[in-house]
Write a protein that binds this ligand. Structure first.
Ligand SMILES: NC(=O)c1ccc[n+]([C@@H]2O[C@H](COP(=O)([O-])OP(=O)(O)OC[C@H]3O[C@@H](n4cnc5c(N)ncnc54)[C@H](OP(=O)(O)O)[C@@H]3O)[C@@H](O)[C@H]2O)c1
Length: 344
């Protein structure tokens, strides 16, 4: 299974598909073939692996797969049927497929007489697939919210200028994060204030291979000459302020992960609605003071209502500091730690 996860990681990190790996073993444990999913519309990992083996050797073999074999006819046929047809004797997998249409592969295999072993290295596979699993389970993309701020938590100077709060290393890291998400989202306020291109670029300003879809949220029109209208992946505008509907609409565009780059109004609305899965906060060693805070009202009237986070990592990027954090989900009825932890 650990090898399966390595193979899964060879698949494209973004796109409308789960990254899945598979290993076919002979009855005495010899590796017969390996496979992985190379993107939407291509064979699933177990089918990719089986195609590399003499069909006679598949009878009674074991298929080790990082995700429960699917049970639906999408762009490819159901993998459960392909495994049954091949005469596979045992299927070992890590995580159940949460999809409405795709789940049920394990039951179908069992009904066909195949021994099924679920849950092997489930925690590792769950962590590896967390964005995709979140998007399928919640019917909304994984949401990463990023902001860059001064140490005193300001995202812009008093006149609204925010270029550049952080240095080159932090900004390059942001571009890599853009490329690692399916979409990048801002509100109309940021488009009108900054005219951002919302592309993922390298050190020399060149476009990176993976470009997120550009998404602008809000009612005011995006100007005809806005840079984002020339985005290489295209622009999706989502009028209105209904965040749940907007995120669901992005699933219709095949988006499993969104990188939210603000500004403060949209970021705060997402936080207040409990729709954030991860925070990337780039802190610059400058002080700006003034009214332009990175987040505005979150509906926290008093300390018991504070939004608790837990810090996954702190990383130095040149003179700046990146704090990666996630919502802290306390057990029901338990206040949980305050997470007022210092970073070392
Ligand atoms: N430091 C950073 O990391 C960073 C990042 C981005 C921006 N900024 C700075 O932030 C400033 C712009 O701030 P901003 O807050 O106006 O930008 P914003 O959050 O990008 O846009 C706010 C607008 O989004 C629309 N909107 C869509 N859904 C909404 C919802 N659920 N709730 C409320 N509004 C919603 C509204 O416009 P409609 O009336 O059109 O519907 C609202 O006025 C600029 O100074 C920019 O430089 C800083």
């Amino acid at each position: 299974m650990r090898r399966g996860l390595e193979l899964a990681a060879l698949g494209p990190a973004v796109g409308d598909h789960a990254r899945v790996g598979a290993v076919i073993l002979s009855p005495d444990g010899e590796v017969l073939a390996e496979g992985w999913h190379k993107g939407a519309g291509t064979p699933h990992a177990e089918v990719d692996a089986m195609a590399k083996v003499d069909p006679a050797l598949l009878r009674g073999a074991t298929a080790v797969v990082t995700l429960e074999p699917c049970n639906h006819v999408g762009r490819t046929g159901p993998c459960a049927v392909a495994l049954l047809d091949a005469g596979i004797g045992r299927v070992v997998y890590a995580v159940d497929d949460p999809g409405d249409q795709a789940h049920g592969g394990a039951d179908r295999l069992r009904a066909g007489g195949v021994e099924v072993v679920p849950g092997v290295l489930a925690d590792e596979a769950e962590a590896f697939l967390e964005r995709w699993l979140t998007s399928v389970r919640l019917d909304r993309p994984w949401v990463t919210v990023k902001w860059a701020s001064s140490l005193d938590g300001r995202a812009a100077a008093a006149d609204g200028t925010s270029r550049w709060i952080t240095g080159a290393a932090a900004r390059q890291h942001v571009h890599e994060q853009r490329a690692a998400h399916d979409a990048i989202l801002v509100g109309t306020g940021t488009v009108l204030a900054d005219d951002p291109s919302l592309t993922a670029r390298g050190d020399a300003g060149e476009l990176l291979a993976d470009q997120p879809l550009a998404v602008v949220l809000g009612d005011r029109p995006v100007p005809d000459d806005a840079a984002v209208r020339r985005h290489p992946r295209g622009l999706v505008t989502l009028p209105g302020h209904d965040l749940v509907a907007a995120l669901r609409a992005l699933r219709g565009h095949g988006v499993h992960s969104v990188f939210v780059e603000g500004g403060p109004t949209v970021a705060s609305a997402l936080v207040a609605a409990g729709l954030v899965d991860e925070y990337l906060v780039y802190l610059a060693p400058v002080l700006l003071g003034g009214p332009r805070t990175a987040l505005d009202d979150l509906g926290v009237g008093s300390m018991p209502d504070r939004r608790r986070l837990h810090v996954l990592s702190t990383t130095s990027l040149g003179p700046d500091l990146l704090v990666r954090a996630r919502p802290h989900h306390a057990a029901p009825g338990h206040d949980g730690p305050t997470n007022d932890r210092s970073t070392t």
